[in-house]
Design a protein around this ligand. Structure first.
Ligand SMILES: [Zn+2]
Length: 51
């Protein structure tokens, strides 16, 4: 999933280490994008279930 525009596609991953969004052209290391997506998922969970 693109952290810039939210576009989700396997086409965004030309190889294991590279993320390049086919929607907006955003480019980053795949691990960086993965970490952002994990962080966002955690924030959604926190917002849905306030401690
Ligand atoms: Zn994008």
């Amino acid at each position: 999933t693109c952290p810039e525009c939210g576009h989700a596609s396997k086409e965004n991953r030309p190889d294991q280490a590279t993320f390049r969004c086919v929607g907006c052209g955003h480019q980053a290391h795949a691990d960086t994008v993965g970490a952002i997506n994990v962080l966002r998922a955690g924030l959604v969970r926190r917002d849905a279930n306030p401690a």
